[in-house]
Design a protein around this ligand. Structure first.
Ligand code: SF4
Length: 174
């Protein structure tokens, strides 16, 4: 059976107004180029875990093995709320047969690498966003990329091929 190829995407990259400031980060290389080949499953983990838009700025703090998602001014620890959402969402993504995921870089929830991790006022280390970390853990061979890198035509082309190969290996011969 031939299935459409579906990939997950951080919702702000598709133009949804879900960012902390009520804005978006629409990336036309995703919607206009990858959109020709793939269906999208938009996910904003911060909104879907129950936070409002606009909302207070957050950051990752503490231990790199188990970072905490903290609001910067009111000092609320949202780690449990985010991880509860993630455990439900991973099962949904499995049912949706996603064949890749594109993340918004540097987000404490969605960043795939180089997300600042704070011990004090300045970032000490760089880590992975909480939601992105759960996607990596639950789908270890899934094609993954950050949106900014897809502005490079060669990286974009490699990602498209990677997703198609993953889809073919998993679903085309079912
Ligand atoms: S980076 Fe992730 S959590 Fe932040 S607005 Fe975009 S989709 Fe939502």
């Amino acid at each position: 059976m031939n299935r459409p190829i579906t990939i997950g995407v951080s919702a702000c990259l598709l133009g949804e107004h879900v960012r902390y400031d009520g804005g978006h980060k629409h990336n036309r290389n995703i919607t206009d180029v990858l959109g020709k080949d793939f269906n999208f499953v938009p996910v904003c983990p911060e909104v879907k875990c129950g936070l409002p838009t606009p909302r207070e700025v957050m950051r990752l703090e503490g231990d790199s093995v188990a970072p905490r998602l903290m609001t910067c001014h009111t000092r609320l620890d949202l780690t449990g709320q985010m991880l509860d959402f993630c455990s439900i969402k991973m099962r949904e993504l499995e049912r949706e047969n996603i064949c890749g995921f594109i993340f918004k870089e540097r987000s404490p929830s969605c960043g795939l690498k180089a997300v600042p991790l704070f011990e004090g006022a300045a970032p000490e280390l760089f880590t992975v966003g909480l939601f992105a970390h759960e996607v990596v853990r639950c789908f270890p061979s899934l094609p993954l990329e950050e949106a900014e890198r897809l502005n490079n035509p060669q990286i974009r082309s490699n990602f498209i091929e990677w997703v198609i190969r993953y889809h073919r290996n998993r679903y085309v011969y079912e």
